[in-house]
Write a protein that binds this ligand. Structure first.
Ligand code: FAD
Ligand code: THG
Length: 885
């Protein structure tokens, strides 16, 4: 074992002699014996680990084509990565591959197994997920790991994956997962119990109903993959310093400037926290909330099994998931490794995790590995032996409670914080997604944006109320418990609720609202009070059990009433930003694609694009006064983006919480509102996409004439204190008109009939406005806006967000299903809803451009092929006669 000095540290006695953490420091005289070891088979580079000439001949991944000697190459900004787990190592590799070679990775534990989650991850990699981003991350991880070897040993065993069903519900779920796989381009097949037995001879076939087999999944050797990437990054100039504990983050003028360790300070232009479940600890040093909860998860190894006797390979059978009992399995030569999510959540306080040496002294193998609690394991052991009877002849040989991160929604937290520029998070990442995440973050840092849509993982996505330690603990624990549950896409978590409610909440409760949750808000999906209207609807097609969940025929009645009479929609959760100041117009005009240079009173639908012309958001911008705008926005990322770019003479404020909004929509909307105000609400007096400040009886409101449901009407905004009064005023005034309250379920149906896109679902920054069908909101002739140049240079679209109508009036799909054109997978559904006015289910899908109207396609729903036809949009009221009158 040779301790090499590319991991040159600064000893406490002689801290950073030059105050420049980048200079090669003197040989480390105090290196602990177990520090950064390198196996003899793969000797590590030269004494100056900075730019080891010996590695120049190593294969490099593109785009590092620079052939200049290392010392003459530009090294890019100074990057410090905290943590040398799989994420930190992969990130160093991806950054240096892009020419940013001034990368220092600081690790508190000893390399190569520093004691984080990676150090004991059994490495199962399943790609299939409802999240397209996660599926793409995992696909890249497999692709990359397949190409990595250390001393001839592969970093990935492509043994395949097998998920089992022992209940009919799970079998249906496997069909649904097969749909997700097909939608994201993953090879997979639902197979019989007999085939499962062939793949895994130890199974008791009689308890299995079927399985989902994905031949390209498999096992990552996480530590080896980390090592391979560490070596490659080192070869390009990165350095890894183990036994360096980060204790502080220095900053100046809102930017990070350096990372402080127990062995010196490292100046930095960018700092990435890849500290895994220690994320909150590093976050606190930077003054940033990191919304993740560390939880322990049990992993055991059995004793040797006769049935596996003679096995030579580490694993040859597919990695196995038995989600009905929250278990997974892999081989370790003649033993089986088993992980469980069946036990009670075991939260761990990241601030109380002992340092490496103390952990060892305390009977822990490493800081992330807590002693095994056998009582939590007992019930699972019965389940294991039920599924794999051969386990009855053996016992558990070893086990531990291994710690890793859970976020409130189960997804990673990625991106640069606005509070502290240059400070990035790459946390709550599985081994499965590690390389994909590292690639996305490296692209983000180097190119300004990831090449795929990662908005689901954006660190801005949690609202302030979703970042409290109690919320993160509760939701994180629930994520643990639900990790393998069959979850309906609309299914909300039960606690903590209610969290955010609109001022109309009491009325909604009185009307029997059925609430689901979104962004912490309680949102009525329909109102039981409207149940009597269902009888008048006539026959509705029978729904399958899955699509009937979180659905009610009442939604159809509410949709009908909106088209025929008038309905009140609670639009309070719609994000509202106020943009003010002398520079506000110029700022918004530069930030978005449509013409905003209109007189006060104008409302404009416009797009927030990124530098590459991708859609970051779609907004409505109401000019309320010369230098005051109200922006209707989508995710918290919109606020973040505007705040990042706002010049000194512009103020941007999120006013959502202090205000509220009711949408009053339907042909009788004017009859309802006009009598309440002295202002002219006629078509001539209050035109489409106009805004007015007025009073409705006692309530001061900002009224905007627009409608996401495609009917005549207004969004009415007031302050939160007056919300209830506004609701009651409208309710009373509408009694003779048959007003009703309507929910999100009807809302979503109506907006899809009208073809209005939902950002984040139908379109993201992966798409241009022209592909997404919102090119009408782009003024290419306007002077200078973000994304304009890129749009000019973009080739003609090859894909298009395409409206589909399902052929059979009784069919429904829900979104994220694969679409087959000519029998072959060609795209996926974004959103879908039954169109009650059209009498057909509407689905929008990303499909190749140029499919003619009338083209027949199939959507795969639970393994069934559902016929649909490419339609012309908008599907409803193309002449706009219902809105413009
Ligand atoms: P880590 O590996 O924890 O690395 C973070 C590093 O940061 C650590 O080495 C730590 O020492 C260092 N650090 C922290 N604070 C400081 C500081 N102040 N200064 C310097 N360094 C610091 N995932 C899968 O994909 N498939 C699986 O089958 C799988 N099974 C698992 C089974 C178990 C029992 C467990 C516990 C986890 C499993 N996971 C699995 C999850 C996976 O292990 C983790 O999500 C992943 O390893 C996290 O990688 P990371 O690099 O983010 O974190
Ligand atoms: N209301 C307000 N702001 C919003 C939304 C909203 N901002 C975010 C999100 N929703 C934006 N989405 C849309 C989508 C379509 C329309 C409005 C907001 C819309 N489009 C018309 C059309 O496409 O025909 C008009 C477009 C035009 O004339 O330029 O109405 O719900 N306040």
């Amino acid at each position: 074992m040779s301790s090499t000095s590319e991991a040159h540290g600064h000893t406490p006695e002689a801290p950073h002699p030059t105050a420049d953490g980048h200079r090669p420091a003197p040989e480390d005289r105090h290196r602990p014996a177990d520090a950064h070891r390198h196996t003899p088979e793969a000797p590590h580079p030269a004494a100056d680990g900075h730019r080891p000439a010996t590695l120049e001949s190593r294969p490099r991944t593109p785009p590092a084509q620079d052939r200049r000697p290392a010392e003459h190459r530009p090294r890019g900004p100074r990057v410090v990565v905290i943590g040398a787990g799989i994420v930190g190592c992969s990130l160093a590799d991806e950054l240096t591959a892009r020419g940013w070679s001034d990368v220092t990775v600081l690790e508190q534990g000893p390399l190569p197994a520093p004691g984080g989650s990676t150090s004991h991850a059994p490495g199962l990699v399943f790609r299939t997920s409802p999240s397209r981003a996660l599926a793409q991350f995992a696909a890249y991880t497999i692709e990359k790991f397949l190409s990595l070897r250390v001393a001839g040993v592969r970093c990935f065993d492509q043994v395949g994956g097998l998920e089992l069903a022992t209940t009919p519900e799970r079998l249906a779920e496997l069909h649904r997962r097969a749909g997700h796989a097909a939608a994201w381009g993953i090879r997979g097949e639902v197979v019989s119990a007999a085939r499962c037995k062939e793949l895994w001879p130890l199974l008791d076939e009689s308890v299995v109903l079927g399985g989902f087999h994905t031949p390209d999944d498999g096992l990552a050797r996480a530590l080896l993959a980390a090592r391979a990437q560490l070596d490659r990054a080192t070869g390009r100039g990165a350095r890894f310093l183990d036994r360096h504990t980060v204790t502080g983050i220095e900053r100046a003028g809102g930017r990070v400037t350096a990372v402080v360790t127990d062995r010196g300070t490292f100046p930095a232009d960018h700092v990435v926290s890849a500290a895994g479940f220690w994320g909150p600890v590093i976050g606190r040093m930077a003054g940033v909330d990191v919304p993740l909860q560390p939880l322990a998860h049990q992993y055991v190894r059995t004793g040797p099994l006769r049935e596996l006797g003679g096995a030579t390979a580490e694993a040859s059978k597919p990695i196995l998931r038995f989600q009905d009992r929250d278990l997974y399995f892999r081989e370790h030569t003649d033993r089986i490794g088993i992980g469980s999510y069946a036990h009670r959540p075991l939260p761990v306080d990241p601030f109380a995790v002992p340092p490496y040496d103390e952990a060892r002294a305390r009977d822990m193998e490493m800081p992330s590995s807590y002693p095994f609690t056998v009582e939590d394991w007992a019930p699972s052991w019965e389940d294991c032996r039920w599924l794999l009877p051969a386990l009855r002849e053996t016992e558990i040989e070893s086990g531990f409670n291994g710690v890793f991160s859970f976020t409130p929604d189960g997804l990673p937290v990625l991106g640069e914080t606005r509070q502290l520029r240059g400070f990035w998070l790459a946390e709550a990442v599985w081994v499965t997604h590690s390389a994909g995440v590292a690639k996305a973050v490296a692209e983000w840092m180097v190119d300004g944006r990831p090449s795929i849509d990662v908005h689901e993982c954006d660190l801005t996505r949690f609202e302030e109320a979703q970042r409290s330690p109690s919320y993160v603990r509760e939701r994180g624990s629930q994520q643990f418990a639900e990790v393998y549950d069959v979850l309906h896409p609309l299914q909300p978590m039960e606690r903590p609720r209610p969290l955010r409610v609109s001022p109309f909440y009491v009325r909604q409760q009185q009307l029997g609202a059925f609430f689901l949750e979104g962004s912490g808000w309680e949102r009525p999906h329909w109102y039981e009070a409207n149940a009597p209207l269902v009888d008048a609807l006539g026959e509705l097609p029978e729904r399958d059990a899955w699509s009937a969940r979180y659905w009610s025929p009442i939604a159809a009645a509410e949709a009908r009433a909106t088209r025929e009479r008038v309905a009140l929609y609670d639009m309070t959760p719609l994000r509202r930003l106020e943009v003010t100041g002398p520079g506000a117009l110029a700022f918004l005009d530069r930030m978005t694609s449509n013409n905003l240079r209109k007189k006060p009173g104008a409302v404009t639908y416009t797009l927030l694009l990124d530098e590459a012309g991708g859609i970051r958001s779609d907004l409505t911008v109401a000019r309320l006064a010369a230098d005051r705008f109200q922006v209707g926005a989508n995710s918290p990322a919109d606020l973040d983006r505007l705040l990042r770019h706002a010049p000194a003479d512009v103020q941007v404020r999120d006013i959502t919480s202090g205000t509220c909004c009711v949408g009053v929509w339907g042909p009788l909307a004017r009859a309802l509102v006009q009598p309440l105000t002295g202002d002219d609400f006629s078509h001539e007096g209050f035109g489409y996409f106009r805004a007015k400040r007025t009073w409705l009886a006692h309530v001061p409101v900002t009224a905007m004439r627009l409608s996401y449901v495609g009917e005549l009407g207004w969004e009415l905004y007031t302050s939160a204190d007056l919300g209830l009064r506004l609701w009651d005023t409208l309710w009373e005034a509408g009694q003779d008109l048959g007003v009703l309250a309507a929910g999100r379920s009807a809302f979503n149906s109506l907006r899809l009939e009208k073809g209005y896109r939902a950002w984040g679902t139908d379109m993201t920054d992966e798409h241009t406005p022209f592909e997404a069908g919102v090119g009408f909101a782009v003024r290419m002739d306007k002077e200078g806006f973000t994304g304009q140049e890129a749009l000019r240079d973009r080739p003609a679209p090859t894909r298009r967000l395409t409206p589909l109508l399902l052929d059979d009036p009784a069919s429904v799909v829900l979104g994220k299903e694969p679409v087959l054109v000519g029998g072959a997978p060609a795209g996926y559904v974004t959103s879908a809803s039954y169109g009650y006015t059209l009498g057909r289910c509407v689905a929008y899908a990303w499909l190749p451009a140029g499919l003619a109207t009338g083209t027949g396609v199939h959507i795969e729903y639970f393994g069934e092929k559902v016929a649909a036809t490419v339609a012309d949009e908008p599907l409803f009221d193309p002449e706009m006669t219902r809105i413009r009158r």
